[in-house]
Design a protein around this ligand. Structure first.
Ligand code: ZN
Length: 48
């Protein structure tokens, strides 16, 4: 069995796992992904 790294629950911004921060499911470029509550405001305000 190979691990599906795409299914890993890690924040797309900081890489935090769900045992470190609360993760929220979201969709980026049509792909299901995760973002933590710390990075969510960054995405909302478009700091990039
Ligand atoms: Zn994060």
């Amino acid at each position: 069995m190979t691990e599906q790294s795409s299914q890993e629950q890690k924040c797309i911004e900081c890489g935090a796992a769900s045992d470190q921060k609360v993760l929220l499911s979201c969709v980026k470029d049509g792909e299901d992904t995760w973002v933590c509550v710390h990075c969510l405001p960054i995405l909302i305000h478009g700091a990039h």
